[in-house]
Design a protein around this ligand. Structure first.
Ligand SMILES: [Zn+2]
Length: 166
């Protein structure tokens, strides 16, 4: 079974994943608010077309969410808990209320040597942003290396350079 958040009321809706063809759409019914909504499953080609030039973030599965892979763009990537009405470039589907709707920025920059570097900055969040268990100071931009851990509330993220491994 997999679960996905209802876009109307944010409750989890469970469904059986095994029969779903990649690239197909599925209509789901939310028991909580009674709305129907459709979910599109990415085909293999669509998954391959995601640009991972600037790396990605792995959201580790916990009691609040499933594992997620979030591609990063050059420039500013604003991360936070997905919530209707709040627009961030990199929303995370989670019920972790200790994660702000706008929690931190990952800056993707190219240095003088032409290398892609990642810097994390807290977005004035309630509980702060941690890199390798150290809290970031106000306005601090901390360089994060491949495989290092960023903590937003009760949620753990791993920064990765390049594309996800199969
Ligand atoms: Zn609902």
């Amino acid at each position: 079974m997999r679960k996905i958040r209802c876009p109307k009321c944010e409750e989890f809706v469970r469904f059986e994943e095994s029969r779903i063809e990649p690239g197909a759409s599925l209509i789901l019914h939310c028991e909580n608010c009674g709305k129907n909504f459709s979910v599109k499953f990415k085909s293999k080609e669509e998954k391959q077309s995601i640009d991972y030039t600037y790396g990605h973030v792995i959201v580790i599965e916990n009691v609040f969410c499933e594992k997620q892979i979030i591609p990063l763009q050059l420039g500013e990537n604003l991360l936070g808990r997905r919530c209707p009405g709040t627009v961030v470039s990199s929303p995370i589907d989670t019920g972790d209320m200790s994660m702000d709707r706008k929690h931190c920025i990952i800056h993707v920059e190219i240095n003088k040597r032409g290398e892609i570097i990642h810097k994390v900055e807290d977005y004035d969040s309630l509980v702060g942003t941690f890199v390798m268990n150290e809290i970031l100071q106000k306005k601090e931009k901390r360089i994060v290396e491949d495989g290092e851990i960023i903590t937003l509330g009760a949620t753990t993220l791993i920064l990765k350079k390049g594309a996800p491994e199969e």
